[in-house]
Design a protein. Sequence first.
Length: 238
Amino acid sequence: MTPATERAADSVVDRVIGAVVARVESGEFSAGERLPPEADLAAQLDVSRLSLREAVRALVGAGVLEVRRGSGTFVTDLRPDRLVRASGTFLDLVGEQGVAELFECRRVLEPGVTALAATRVDETALRDLQDRLDRMRGLHEPERLVAEDLDFHAAIATAAGNATLAALTGAVAGRTARVRIWRAVVEHDVLSWTHDQHTAILRALRHRDSLAAWTAATTHVTEVEEWVRAHLDRRGGQ
């Protein structure tokens, strides 16, 4: 396929995506509704079935459509948290500069979510967070420590009561896991540092102090981000 042919094919697929999204937005295809059979929809849009399949694949990846084997293709429930989770898979492709930007996103999102949780967290969630903190105290394996850290912050985001924010925060934080494991391997004080920072966050949540929660979470995220940026800069200068 020549470059011109590829561009033409991409243009057709983009047009199909736009047409399907427009029908969803207009309510012609409502949440939970099955799309017309492939042959019928391709005829309606005046495109090949191959182009339609490419467009459907892209919309499935974006969380707008889902394919149910044996039943057809359906519009999802279109919840914002579902769409955010779907977009998270694309974050796996970022390079080193992208990693730095992910940490920057985390610094914007996580303190705000933690501050919000301070105004909404209940006693059950606080007990769960304490249990998680106690469990982390005895961990030494970097992979388990980072996994528990992610779960700790995910539980805080859940306590904030906003599923979209929780999904967005989790999508960003989860894509920083590998570099955080790397840090835990080379920095021997990470365990005690992580425990102290988490203790400060949990204390603020117990006091329902949103400013203290924001400050503790900002300190926690920023120190990791600064370490990562310094090491990426060092590697780039070699």
